[in-house]
Design a protein around this ligand. Structure first.
Ligand code: F6P
Length: 323
């Protein structure tokens, strides 16, 4: 292999730049040429390639977002779009592709491999941590820290006014961000899509807190929770329990931005390096991940389909610690 390409796709995640850097530097170390593809699969379809060298990735390890930009390409979902993408890879003499992203990115990569035989390896880059085959995805740790910092601030004002706050966090249909940020910020309750939410139980808990003179409370609501988003949960609670004045905060896209944590930078370095080693070793159709500190390859099929399980022990711990 003489030349590989790299792209970032789907929701950006802090640490993507550190990962691009690791891929480019590893490839250059091994004498391999690297092309960057701007705007993910959309840029691939539009032949938006840039030459990347070691110096192109200087001073980006600490930056959030992605210097290659990202997109959620509708056109790439069609066969015709993927034909254009494959032709551009061939025209640019690309022999292997590294795609940083989440399940949508890997679903697209899998189709490109099946239809056009191009070797592709994936690197898990998403704040959601919802991929099977790695303990942590790149960006998850930073997003957790961002949420915890925000909730700490909300707690100050909740306490000052004696209010009940419903804080909605991201995670698509998974509760990883909600669970760990809720634990780390000492939330009174954590609502996740993986377990059914019973509003009456939540109210009973709030009532108990009220009875023992608790003046404020924080409820973390995962955006994909079955009871609805934070506004809906607040509405349902307020119908029957209105002792506190309640407020809703949707943290939204601030969770995706910011400088990556040290953990995410190191993870990005390990996985970026491993992806180049693996693709040069003839591996394809798989995601590199870190499980129990060991680099592991998991087929795209498995990484997408089998969600990592939410830690039930941590959910129980949150229950006990918020008693
Ligand atoms: O997958 C990352 C993520 O931030 C999810 O947590 C969220 O549901 C989604 O992307 C939001 O996507 P968009 O930025 O396209 O609205």
């Amino acid at each position: 292999m003489k030349k590989i390409a790299i792209l970032t796709s789907g929701g950006d995640a802090p640490g993507m730049n550190a990962c691009i850097r690791a891929v480019v530097r590893t490839a250059r170390y091994k004498g391999i040429e690297v092309a960057g593809i701007n705007r993910g699969y959309q840029g691939l379809i539009e032949n938006d390639f840039v030459h990347l060298d070691s110096s192109s990735v200087s001073n980006i390890i600490q930056r959030g977002g992605t210097i290659l930009k990202s997109s959620r390409s509708e056109e790439f979902r069609s066969k015709e779009g993927r034909v254009k993408a494959a032709n551009n890879l061939i025209d640019n003499r690309i022999e292997g592709l590294i795609a940083i992203g989440g399940d949508g990115t890997f679903t697209g990569a899998k189709l490109l491999i099946e239809e056009h035989g191009i070797p592709i390896l994936g690197i898990p880059g998403t704040i959601d941590n919802d991929l099977f085959g790695t303990d942590n995805t790149i960006g998850y740790d930073t997003a957790l820290n961002t949420v915890v910092e925000a909730v700490d601030k909300i707690r100050d004002t909740a306490d000052a006014h004696g209010r009940l706050f419903f804080v909605e966090v991201m995670g698509k249909d998974a509760g990883f961000i909600a669970l760990r940020s809720g634990l780390a910020s000492g939330a009174e309750a954590i609502l996740v899509p993986e377990t059914e939410t019973y509003i009456d139980q939540l109210i009973a808990k709030l009532q108990k807190g009220w009875d023992r003179h608790k003046t404020s409370s924080i409820i973390i609501v995962a955006e994909g929770d079955d009871a609805g988003g934070a506004y809906e949960v607040a509405r349902k609670v307020n119908e029957k329990f209105d002792y506190y004045e309640s407020k809703v905060t949707i943290l939204g896209h601030i969770q995706r931005g910011g400088s990556p944590s040290a953990y995410d930078r190191v993870l990005a370095g390990i996985l970026g390096n491993a992806s180049v080693e693996a693709i040069l070793d003839g591996k394809s159709n798989a995601m590199v991940g870190l499980i129990n500190k060991k680099v592991t390859l998991t087929s795209f099929e498995k990484a997408i389909k089998h969600h990592q399980k939410l830690d039930q022990g941590l959910l129980k711990l949150a229950e006990v610690l918020s008693y």
